[in-house]
Design a protein around this ligand. Structure first.
Ligand SMILES: [Zn+2]
Ligand SMILES: [Zn+2]
Length: 156
C-alpha cells in the first residue's frame, strides 16, 4: 500500500521557510490564495484578483515573480498543458484533469501505474525520464452530467 501523499507536505515546508523568515508579505498571501482553493488552480490574473480581495496591491509582474519563487522553493506546482500557466498549492508533482468544456483543473489521484506508463512512453521513444506531468482532458462532473445550463457554448 502506498501512503497517500501528505497534503501537509507543503504546509510543513511553508512553516519551515516561514520560520526562516523567507515566506512573508506577498509570498505568504499568494500561498494563502492558492491554499484557499485547493481544488482549483489559479492563473496569474486570478491570483492578482485574490490578492486585491485581501486588500493587497500587487501587479501581474509581482505575481509572476512571487509564484516563480514559490515554485523554486517547492511550495507550489505549475500546470503545464499549453492553455496558459496556472498554479496550485500542492507541492508534490501530480497529474491533472482539465475539463474540456469549462476549463476546471483538478489534481488527479496518484497512480504508480500511470507514472510507470508515462516513463515507458518516454523510454520507448529513446527519450530520458519524464520531467513533466500529464494534463488529461475530460469533462468535469457538472459538465459530464449535462450541466445545469442548457447552453452549449463553453463557459468562461
Ligand atoms: Zn467542466
Ligand atoms: Zn495540481
Amino acid at each position: 500500500m502506498r501512503t497517500p501523499p501528505a497534503t501537509t507536505d507543503a504546509s510543513a515546508r511553508r512553516e519551515e521557510l516561514r520560520a526562516l523568515g523567507r515566506v512573508t508579505g506577498s509570498r505568504l498571501l499568494v500561498l494563502e490564495a492558492l491554499e484557499a482553493s485547493p481544488a482549483n488552480h489559479l492563473t496569474a490574473q486570478q491570483i492578482h484578483e485574490a490578492l486585491g480581495a485581501l486588500g493587497y496591491r500587487s501587479t501581474l509582474s509581482t505575481v509572476y515573480r512571487t509564484v516563480t519563487w514559490l515554485l523554486d522553493a517547492g511550495l507550489v506546482h505549475e500546470v503545464v498543458d499549453g492553455q496558459g500557466a496556472r498554479w496550485g498549492a500542492r507541492a508534490r508533482a501530480h497529474h491533472h484533469l482539465v475539463c474540456s468544456r469549462c476549463g476546471t483543473t483538478t489534481d488527479a489521484a496518484d497512480s504508480d501505474a500511470v507514472d510507470d506508463s508515462v516513463a515507458d512512453l518516454s523510454s520507448l521513444a529513446g527519450w530520458g525520464p519524464p520531467t513533466g506531468r500529464l494534463a488529461i482532458t475530460a469533462l468535469c462532473p457538472p459538465c459530464n452530467s449535462g450541466g445545469t445550463s442548457a447552453s452549449s457554448t463553453p463557459a468562461t
